[in-house]
Design a protein around this ligand. Sequence first.
Ligand SMILES: Cc1cc2nc3c(=O)[nH]c(=O)nc-3n(C[C@H](O)[C@H](O)[C@H](O)COP(=O)(O)OP(=O)(O)OC[C@H]3O[C@@H](n4cnc5c(N)ncnc54)[C@H](O)[C@@H]3O)c2cc1C
Length: 349
Amino acid sequence: MDMVLAAVREMVPWMQQRSIALDRNAEFPAAEIGRLRRAGALSPALPVSGSGDPDDLAALLILAGQGNLSVGRILEAHVNALHAIARYGRPADDDGRLCALWVTDPPSGGLSMRRQGNRIFLDGGKQFCSGAGYTDGALVTARDENGDTRMLVLRLGMGETATPLPSPLQGMRAAVTGAVDFSGCETSAAALLGDPGDYLREPDFSAGAWRGSAVALGGLIALLEHGVAQLRQTGRFDNPHTQARCGLAIIARETCRLWVHAVARIAEDAAAPVGARVAMAGLGRIAVETACLDAIRLLQRSLGLPAFRQGSPVELICRDLSTYLRQPAPDEVLVEAAKWVADHPEART
Ligand SMILES: Cc1cc2nc3c(=O)[nH]c(=O)nc-3n(C[C@H](O)[C@H](O)[C@H](O)COP(=O)(O)OP(=O)(O)OC[C@H]3O[C@@H](n4cnc5c(N)ncnc54)[C@H](O)[C@@H]3O)c2cc1C
């Protein structure tokens, strides 16, 4: 993993430099994914397989987010898919191929499946699909005839259609988040992963949120780098109010760093109590969300209107990060975590 991390660290300035144009054109970062693949970053050692170190995996995701949050998001989804595949035991034959994770159903017409012998027939689709139209495969969830949620690992190019969202997201444009319709597609029963209900099984369902937090931290690291550089260039850094705001933003960044590594270790620790793994991932997610939003406000206040000029790294990262931080059910995550910790004062958290 050391060589992978060194190669990805070297890519960071290149990714940052390309990020503005990719955002402007809402262009999928194919060159970045190609370099990540060649560096071995699409086949990282995973803690769930017993071969990976959580701190190393965190470092990889942080670096990707530091380079470009959209690239980080695509890598995060890929790692989440690999984690589920390793966890639920399907032999991995997709080494190095980019896999999406599409689990969000539209309000109506969500993905369903019907099994006939060895064949599976699909109907409906998914929304908020990152990398729509650009990944080699996808792990999807589909409702079966019994109303159970099943996981399927699909090779794409099976007749599915990817379309842009009716109204595009403001940020994370290079993640090319669209809708994918699988109506009329069919696959073999070998695509099934795990048993009914496995997708929602804890701790894996919730604890994996730490990987998104790691990518967000990467974005925050880049935001501070670019924000301070811009303040220096414009002669605004020597102001004590600005320095105080930067100090608070640095505290926010280091708070995220402590949370991400602590949560990575416990969330990936198979020996830790399920409740602790879920609660810590939830608390870490909210802590990182709060710290990133605080830092965005502090940097925007210090820079003023230039922070909102399109074409500047700060503007892009603020827009990408604010969008990326919108993850499901934050209120529920916080109160459930609070209840668990309050009920288990003795637990290691
Ligand atoms: C950049 C990006 C890429 C994404 N890519 C993918 C992808 O590849 N695949 C995929 O499957 N998904 C993807 N998603 C979607 C993601 O999985 C979630 O669906 C999405 O982020 C949910 O965000 P939300 O703010 O709408 O959450 P919500 O859960 O709707 O939360 C919004 C607010 O509503 C509150 N709330 C939640 N539930 C209720 C309720 N029942 N009653 C009242 N209030 C409620 C919350 O606490 C919160 O305050 C992506 C999202 C982003 C931002």
